[in-house]
Design a protein. Structure first.
Length: 326
């Protein structure tokens, strides 16, 4: 299984995953709208870049044959971006999904890996939220993730292996940087303003370092069919409160960083157990939230980002508003 097509391969996770898979000996095709440009991907003889829309079924039929696996990352990512234009979000995140799966299953694709979300569980009181628990998605974004999971499992057959990944919130440095994810937000504010506002603070958030996320997808590619077929895996490092995340950021960025607590009506608390992927596939995370903060600190010190507090390229909602995608 050497030829991999990654939808959304020029995105936050994709631009880390793509070179990692190439380093591991894979040939990768990135299929992406290239909203942030192709510059996030370095040229490589084992990399093919196709600018396109996953809603374009004729294009999918022409490019999918010849690949062994699909890693489907492309979507309007997270609730705020989705809610900007629910119709657009539905067309990309849901309406385009079954045609992509159907065409893949008829094009010689052997394995289809879907990036779902840990948000599908909604708010749970249980300490260890595992893959067999009832799903209670709270938003259209997460509801469509659930719907797509059901569609994918329906297509599973002998020569078409389907596997679902429910990632925690990703953090750390990427060539296509996002600064609108909780750890990245806190680090950006701490470094550039020396202040972090904590709204509430007791809410739990599951996180995973972006390098571990890339390793998780590699694991799902490499494992034998019988270990992943029709399986669903949570993928996270640790569950931590927003306040503790802020304290970790302060520890790395500097003692002069002020933590300012404010009340919040948003008491949503998310946490997941990642025991299944460890016990069944042997996957263990290697990096911590603190590692992600250190990585971002280094990039800030080197001034690798342009106006990181306001530049729309680092904030999905601002970028979506700017480009007016239809």
């Amino acid at each position: 299984m050497k030829r991999i097509l990654i939808t959304g391969g020029a995105g936050y996770i994709g631009s880390v995953l793509t070179p990692y898979l190439i380093e591991k000996g894979y040939k990768v095709t990135v299929f992406d709208l290239m909203i942030y440009g192709e510059k996030v991907l370095r040229k490589n003889p084992n990399l093919k870049i196709i600018k396109g829309d996953i809603r374009d079924q004729s294009l999918l039929r022409s490019i999918l044959p010849g690949h062994n696996a699909v890693i489907h990352l492309a979507c309007i990512s997270n609730d705020p971006s989705f809610e900007l234009d629910p119709g657009l979000g539905k067309s990309i995140n849901f309406d385009a999904f079954e045609p992509l799966v159907d065409i893949s299953s008829k094009s010689g694709i052997e394995r289809f890996i879907y990036a779902s979300s840990s948000s599908v569980y909604g708010v749970k009181n249980e300490k260890n939220v595992h893959e067999n628990m009832m799903l209670h998605p709270l938003t259209d974004y997460s509801k469509f993730k659930v719907d797509c999971e059901k569609i994918l499992l329906k297509y599973d057959k002998n020569n078409f292996t389907t596997v679902i990944c429910r990632p925690a919130t990703v953090c750390g440095y990427s060539p296509r940087q996002r600064l609108d994810l909780v750890v990245n937000i806190l680090t950006n504010l701490a470094f550039h303003t020396r202040k972090i506002k904590i709204f509430g603070g007791s809410q739990l958030r599951p996180n995973i370092h972006i390098k571990d996320m890339a390793e998780a997808y590699l694991t799902l590619l490499r494992e034998k069919k019988e270990k992943v077929d029709k399986r669903i895996f949570n993928v996270g490092f640790e569950n931590n409160t927003v306040e503790n995340l802020a304290k970790t950021v302060k520890e790395v960025i500097g003692e002069d960083v002020q933590l300012i607590k404010e009340s919040s009506n948003d008491n949503r608390s998310y946490h997941i157990s990642s025991k299944k992927i460890e016990e069944e596939l042997g996957f263990k995370t290697k990096f911590t939230v603190k590692d992600a903060v250190y990585d971002l600190k280094k990039t800030f010190e080197k001034k690798l980002f342009t106006q990181p507090l306001i530049n729309e390229d680092y904030f999905n909602v601002k970028k979506m508003q700017s480009i007016n995608l239809k």
